[in-house]
Design a binder for this molecule. Structure first.
Ligand SMILES: Nc1ncnc2c1ncn2[C@@H]1O[C@H](COP(=O)(O)OP(=O)(O)OP(=O)(O)O)[C@@H](O)[C@H]1O
Ligand SMILES: [Mg+2]
Length: 407
């Protein structure tokens, strides 16, 4: 008897590249900002200037942290051992004192964690940096957290000392260059203006960048790129990526973290099943449990008339036949006509059909997305997307239709 050995090839081969702690080699749609920051910091460290500072603002998941890490890596490539870097997440440290300890310990491990004042730590930071290489990149992530009470005043002190060190340590000035990247979540932006008086702001914040929320097309490109690092070549369909990008843009407010997480979960799911491709249906399985996902409320079916149910069924059938993440109204046409015949319904004209499609979108918020895209040569096109697994939705619709109209 021959024993057949099936070697299942996994498609998600580098899951670690989808961790949020991973810094990808490039950042689609943030390359302009990356180059600008790198250029300005290289200029600082190659000049005789002593200080510069950038603040990055933006909503959650717009790439603030990863942009700062990418800039850090780029600067290390330019300056090698000659640059010191300290990265601290202020949300984790919570207190200005802890933040300072963290920073100084990244410059010199042997510094004690207790017994020094904030003032001592600041002085140590400048002295140690000057002794070592003289060039320091400091990344203060989630700095806004420290601008809430009771830390706000101490934070202002720290920022003030950072920006004015050259006045206090005249002897160090020529041997010390400090570049600061501060990251402030959009929700904390106002605190910066509330707490920092004009003078401090002018000396601390030299320049600002505001990162906008990702649009769907941008998320698509980001996911495509991240998938190329994590998955076997050609194993992730555009339909799968399109569905994730739409979901993260609409339901996740353009948050790339949500998008990357779904890509990873869907990849793990396809791996477990031993499938050779990640497609839209895998993504729907994952979205089913997503906290941002609206549930299908089974009571809604009772409120739909027969025609709407037939229309919904034809959307599901068309999606299954086309296999993509969405179908257009034109593609829907033939499935709709066939089902109308099967269920003795009179097919509606285009305008009324379009209205019904839009209503379905409103009746199943988050489950059925209806998108009217811009004008092309053939006029506007309507795209219909279903975010839940098609099989179970189909079963349900058939059951309701059967119960009501066939018996
Ligand atoms: N342009 C991009 N290219 C590739 N990956 C990206 C890009 N932008 C964000 N990401 C990825 O999306 C996830 C979230 O990004 P990041 O952690 O930088 O967001 P953030 O703005 O710091 O959010 P928060 O305010 O919640 O901390 C990370 O996994 C990151 O690698
Ligand atoms: Mg962040």
């Amino acid at each position: 008897m021959k024993i057949k050995v099936i070697i299942m090839k996994k498609i998600l081969i580098h899951p670690e590249t989808l961790e949020h702690s991973f810094t990808p080699p490039s950042l689609p749609h943030r390359e302009k900002e990356r180059q600008l920051l790198v250029k300005r910091f290289v200029n600082l460290f190659e000049s005789s200037e002593s200080y510069t500072s950038w603040v990055i603002y933006g909503h959650s998941g717009v790439g603030k942290t990863v942009l700062s890490w990418r800039v850090e890596k780029d600067l290390r490539e330019v300056f090698g051992e000659n640059i010191l870097v300290a990265y601290v997440n202020c949300r984790q440290s919570r207190k200005v004192y802890r933040v300072l300890v963290e920073i100084v310990k990244q410059i010199e491990k042997s510094v004690p964690e207790k017994g020094l004042s904030r003032e001592d730590l600041m002085t140590l930071l400048f002295q140690l940096t000057a002794e070592k290489t003289g060039k320091l990149l400091l990344i203060l992530d989630e700095l806004g957290v420290l601008l809430t009470d009771p830390e706000a005043e101490k934070t202002i002190d720290m920022l003030y000392s950072l920006s004015r060190f050259s006045e206090r340590f005249r002897d160090l000035e020529n041997r010390l260059q400090i570049g600061v990247i501060s990251i402030v979540a959009k929700t904390h932006e106002y605190l910066f203006y509330q707490w920092l008086d004009k003078a401090t702001r002018a000396s601390f914040v030299k320049s600002e960048i505001s990162l906008s929320r990702y649009r769907k097309e941008e998320l698509f490109n980001i996911l495509r790129f991240r998938a190329s690092l994590a998955f076997r070549p050609n194993s992730v369909t555009d339909d799968a990526i399109d569905l994730i990008a739409s979901f993260a843009a609409d339901r996740g407010e353009g948050n790339a973290r949500i998008a990357v997480d779904i890509l990873r979960s869907a990849g793990e799911y396809a791996n477990e099943k031993g499938d050779e491709q990640l497609d839209a249906e895998h993504v729907r399985e994952i979205l089913k449990y997503h906290p941002h996902m609206s549930r299908v409320d089974s009571e809604i079916f009772d409120t739909l008339d027969k025609h709407k149910l037939v229309l919904l069924l034809s959307i599901i059938r068309a999606l299954k036949a086309h296999g993509g993440s969405y179908i257009t109204r034109l593609q829907l046409g033939e499935y709709y006509r066939v089902l109308c015949e099967e269920y003795y319904e009179k097919p509606r004209r285009t305008t009324q059909l379009l209205r019904y499609i839009k209503e379905l979108g409103q009746e199943f918020p988050g489950v059925i997305d209806v998108e009217v895209s811009g004008k092309n040569q053939r006029g506007r096109s309507t795209r219909i997307r279903v975010n839940v697994p098609l099989d179970s939705l189909e079963d349900h619709v058939i059951k309701v239709l059967g119960k009501r109209y066939r018996e």
